[in-house]
Design a protein around this ligand. Structure first.
Ligand code: SAH
Length: 525
């Protein structure tokens, strides 16, 4: 049990024998978790999750949380329901806040009520946080409303896969067929293995063979796929599109294409990068901005950090320069990492942004400028082109650099151009490494596998070192032959070309926004 949570004034005290929160994780899009769910994940000591809960949600958890994957073949099998029940009880009775995270809603084909009753019988407190269930969200993201005032007045959730240990079926296909005949919407969970059976049963009881139907696989996730077809053509359509579990099978007039002739409801699958699989190669902590933007545009993002950021080998010269920053005319920062390092260093020296008051500040790139503004420092100069040469040129145009003192805080691998140009113009440049970059140890397995299986559409490169490291870590450059390669700007492109790579896309604006814009434009063609 962790004591840190007990001390937090905002959290209610945990009962002595713990508490279990059964939380609906929603259908997959991490944004569809409830606010209550996120808050409780943050509070969890133990987090027990399922295969269907998006792993991205685990990021809400505290760093010291105990994570247990109930869906994984940990000890060679996934936990049985009995084992899961026992595990929840055991962890709670040690006094922990236990979060049981389940895909969709815990009570919709999720055995949540069984877990709650089991725990209650053992004197353990249980609370439930509903989630957005797959049959509501999947169809919505595929452009299908589950009810519609004019055509569908009921919606029914059905399991297509009843407990195999039960003697007879509880599901009346006759009843379901009647509901659908009156225009009601049928939503089958866990039905893909028995699709032909479901179709046959419904039609046997009189449902018209041309009743509109649809299948939505991985609804709300970037890998969502969907098909629509009349009931008697659905199995063939599913096979052709190679759809499988997890999927919702939808039957009813709401699934008809002509229910939405203009595609007004079709926003998700029409996103500009929908279904594109894109690898990003930046450091882990820089990846999120690019990842979020790409995901908002519909892409599925795979992270392959090629670089790790490590502190410089010696802080002394940097601390010294920072302490004397008032002796300089200019302070130059060339990256967000540099700003982060500066901020941390000021903090370590018990200084803050006020210490930089007297010096003019130049920043390469909007993101670097934004990071400065976030720490309360507005840069004096951000060049129009986000490269070192451009900053040097603009400084020189702006004022006579002769005799000026410049402090540059940068990565160990930065190019010498800025230093050279300013020195040529008569400035004295103290060029210090405030962080070092290290090549990552290896690429994540899922990325290499996706490249092998030819499932990757783009690999993005945001600096020369990302290209160099990626190629080195991958070893086999032939894996990139069918992949489109996107570069953030001419310098990165040049490095790629030197390594024998052929680029498909180059940003016209040399930053993340420019890179994304270039990919979207390439896809529009
Ligand atoms: N409690 C979950 C359902 C669990 S049963 C919920 O409320 O959504 C598992 C079934 O849910 C899968 O077989 C599939 O039919 C459906 N399912 C779960 N996530 C899905 C998704 N993202 N897209 C389509 N179907 C999904």
């Amino acid at each position: 049990m962790s004591d840190s949570r007990q001390q937090s004034p905002n959290n209610p005290p945990t009962p002595a024998n713990g508490i279990v929160y059964l939380i609906g994780a929603g259908p997959g899009d991490p944004g569809l978790l409830t606010v209550r769910g996120a808050e409780l994940i943050r509070r969890a000591d133990v987090l027990v999750y399922d295969a269907l809960a998006n792993p991205a949600l685990l990021n809400y958890a505290r760093a010291d949380v105990e994570m247990i994957d109930a869906g994984k073949r940990a000890k060679k099998h996934k936990l049985t329901q009995d084992e899961t029940n026992a595990l929840l009880a055991e962890k709670a009775s040690e006094g922990n806040v236990v979060v049981r995270l389940k895909g969709g809603d815990p009570y919709v084909f999720g055995r949540g009520s069984e877990e709650a009753i089991y725990l209650h019988e053992r004197g353990i407190a249980v609370e439930v946080v509903p989630g957005i269930t797959a049959a509501m969200a999947g169809p919505a993201y595929a452009g299908i409303p589950v009810t519609h005032r004019n055509v569908a007045t009921t919606v029914t959730f059905i399991t297509g896969h009843e407990d195999p240990t039960k003697d007879e079926t509880q599901t009346s296909y006759e009843g379901l067929s009647k509901i659908a005949q009156s225009g009601g919407t049928l939503c089958f969970y866990m039905g893909m293995g028995r699709l032909p059976f479901i179709i046959e049963e419904l039609t046997r009881y009189g449902l018209a063979a041309d009743t509109p139907a649809a299948v939505v696989q991985w609804g709300t996730r970037s890998m969502q796929r969907s098909v629509r077809a009349p009931l008697n053509e659905l199995a063939a359509a599913v096979e052709k599109a190679q759809l499988g579990a997890p999927a919702i099978i939808l039957v009813g007039p709401v699934a008809a294409v002509d229910a939405d002739p203009q595609g007004a409801l079709h926003w998700f699958e029409k996103r500009p990068l929908f279904s594109k699989r894109i690898v990003i190669t930046r450091t882990r902590h820089q990846a999120s901005a690019l990842r979020n933007r790409l995901e908002d545009l519909g892409a599925e993002v795979l992270e392959a950090p090629t670089i790790e950021i490590v502190p410089p080998s010696d802080w002394a010269p940097i601390d010294d320069a920072i302490r004397r920053v008032g002796d300089y005319n200019w302070l130059i920062l060339t990256s967000v990492n540099g700003v982060t390092a500066l901020r941390e260093r000021l903090d370590a020296m018990e200084l803050d942004a006020r210490h930089l008051a007297g010096v003019k500040i130049g920043a390469i790139g909007d993101a670097t400028a934004a990071a400065l503004i976030e720490m309360g420092v507005r840069p004096d100069l951000v060049p129009t082109q986000f490269v070192a040469e451009s900053l040097a040129a603009e400084m020189i145009t702006r004022e006579d650099m002769a005799g000026q003192r410049v402090l540059m805080l940068r990565a160990d691998i930065a190019r010498p151009a800025l230093n050279e140009k300013l020195t040529e113009a008569g400035a004295t440049v103290d060029d210090l490494t405030i962080y070092q970059t290290k090549t990552a140890e290896s690429l994540p397995d899922d990325v290499v596998e996706a490249l092998r299986d030819k499932r990757v559409d783009y690999v993005t490169f945001t600096s020369s070192s990302t290209v160099r490291n990626f190629v080195q870590l991958l070893g086999d450059a032939s894996l990139l032959e069918d992949v489109k390669l996107a570069s953030i700007g001419p310098i990165t492109s040049k490095t790629a070309a030197e390594l024998g790579l052929t680029l498909s896309v180059e940003a016209m604006r040399y930053d993340i926004d420019g890179l994304i814009e270039a990919i979207v434009t390439a896809e529009r063609k």
